[in-house]
Design a protein around this ligand. Structure first.
Ligand code: NAD
Length: 480
């Protein structure tokens, strides 16, 4: 069985740790590899390498850096299917979804290839007579990235291509639950011609994270993961004087109005609630059914959910794969039990689906109706294929209820009414909105924006925010 290594200074290095965690395929339970839970000593080696590499990389002409990223993009395209296979094996999502994730990662690299334009500053030749002023962008230095299990390719690609294109060097701490794909990404950096030490991987958990948060040579921290960890990362890194962005958990609401195209709404909600086993920060986890649409919507969702094919994501036509671990399955079953106990109507019980008896960590599509805002299944992020439906009378009620959530990542509206769209857009308190679509995840050239407990920081991931985050500005005022 493969014992994974860290990637430091262009070489595969064995960790100094005595602790290795097993990485099972969540669809079968079969152990794929062992991942080192690396030590502070391993991390320090990576920082030293990244710091040294920054001396040359930070001043390498930007078009030259971009050319290496163009090559990297080409390699990702050539290896698309293999990369998707890794994602399905270690994460469980269907191969179709995994291919889509690879595409999202590639788009981030494509955006980062625009660094020569994106890094331009600005000048004003005459701020006073004979006096000029200009703004110049420079990289920060060593950046640390900490990523979650649910998008092993896309989320690291939100970070390192742009950070590196801007002249920084990078240390990635991938999720210890999905470490395989990251190593393949590292192999391809070698083929693309990234100089040694520009991109590094240190596998592990708390010790590596704490190294990223406290090491004086790490200048910026990008984090994506669950809410309590995001809050800890933000406070600790900021307390240590680092630039930090921490994208966090979600509880996304989709409002359905009576004038919506019901077939479109059902198709999109099924995909958004149960695709990737509900393990998406942009998953639809609450449906707010307005007025008379409720009964028909619930019936149609149940019918569509009954037709979902569950199984190993590598098998043809499988839509719903497993959740990530046995412990996550148990937690999800606990939420379903809590929904029943608190009086919600269990419209579809995913516990009864055949695949749930194992092997693998399967939970079937589960739907609750008549959910209330004092229930745990409404308040908390479940991160599994469990959908809650809340009934209200008007769009105003729906917006008010949605805004009561402590999370504010995404929200969707299904309607045919332009004035409803405008009211929703102006009044909903979330960062990424969808109109008649289920998963309104912005593309790489726009920011990925959440609010409230869904995001800690100022500059979001991707888009021009990404360029701002990975560069610092110098102002020069000059007289000749
Ligand atoms: P997680 O918080 O458990 O882990 C994320 C990373 O933090 C991992 O690399 C992990 O090793 C590390 N980590 C975990 N616990 C830690 C601790 N106590 N101290 C230090 N480091 C720790 O998240 P996850 O389960 O891997 O991912 C799912 C979560 O990520 C969900 O809440 C989801 O909504 C969120 N997410 C958010 C976005 C977004 O854009 N807002 C995108 C993807 C995922």
């Amino acid at each position: 069985m493969a014992k994974l290594k860290n990637f430091i200074n262009g070489e595969w290095v064995e960790s100094t740790t005595a602790r290795y965690d097993e990485v099972p395929n969540p669809a079968t339970g079969e152990v794929l590899a062992e991942v080192p839970i690396s030590t502070a000593e391993d991390f320090d080696k990576a920082v030293a390498a990244a710091k040294k590499a920054f001396e040359g990389w930070g001043t390498t002409p930007v078009p030259q850096r971009a050319r290496i990223l163009f090559k990297y993009q080409q390699l990702l395209v050539e290896n698309w299917d293999e990369l998707a296979g890794f994602i399905t094996m270690e994460n469980g999502k269907s191969l179709g979804e995994a291919k889509g994730e690879v595409q999202r990662g590639i788009e981030c690299v494509e955006f980062a290839c625009g660094a020569p334009t994106l890094m331009m500053g600005s000048q004003l030749p005459d701020i006073a007579t004979g006096l000029e002023s200009g703004m110049y962008r420079y990289p920060l230095g060593v950046i640390g990235g900490i990523t979650p299990f649910n998008f092993p390719m896309m989320v690291p690609c939100w970070m390192f291509p742009m950070a590196i294109a801007c002249g920084n060097t990078f240390i990635l701490k991938p999720s210890e639950r999905t470490p395989l794909l990251a190593n393949r990404l590292a192999e391809l950096t070698v083929e693309a011609g990234f100089p040694n030490g520009v991109f590094n991987i240190v596998h592990g958990a708390h010790d590596v994270v704490n190294g990223i948060l406290s090491h004086p040579d790490v200048k910026g921290v990008s984090f994506v993961g669950s809410q309590p960890v995001a809050e800890y990362i933000y406070k600790t890194a900021a307390g240590n004087g680092k630039r930090v962005q921490a994208l966090s958990g979600a509880k996304n609401h989709s409002i359905v109005l009576p004038d919506a195209d019901l077939d479109n709404a059902v198709k999109n909600i099924i995909n958004a609630a149960f695709g990737s086993a509900g393990e998406r920060c942009m998953a639809a986890s609450v449906i707010v059914a307005v007025g008379e649409v409720g009964d028909k919507l619930v019936a149609e969702l149940k019918k569509a959910a009954d037709e979902i094919r569950m199984g190993n994501g590598l098998d043809k036509d499988v839509f719903l794969g497993p959740v990530i671990r046995e412990v996550h399955k148990k937690k999800t079953l606990g939420y379903i039990e809590s929904g029943v106990e608190s009086g919600a109507t269990l419209v579809r019980d995913g516990r009864l689906d055949e695949a749930c008896s194992g092997p693998g960590y399967f939970v079937g599509a589960t739907i609750f109706d008549n959910v209330k805002t004092d229930m745990k299944i409404w308040k908390e992020e479940i991160f599994a294929p469990v959908l809650s439906i809340v009934r209200v009378d008007t769009l105003d009620d729906a917006i008010k209820l949605t805004n009561e959530s402590e999370f504010a990542n995404g929200a969707c509206l299904f309607t045919d009414s332009a004035s409803a769209v405008r009211k929703f857009r102006d009044n909903i308190d979330a960062g990424m909105l969808g109109i008649n679509v289920g998963v309104p995840a912005p593309m790489a050239f726009f920011p990925f924006s959440g609010y409230k407990k869904s995001f800690y920081g100022d500059l979001h991931a991707n888009g021009k925010d990404g360029v701002e985050f990975y560069t610092r500005k110098k102002m020069v005022t000059a007289k000749y």
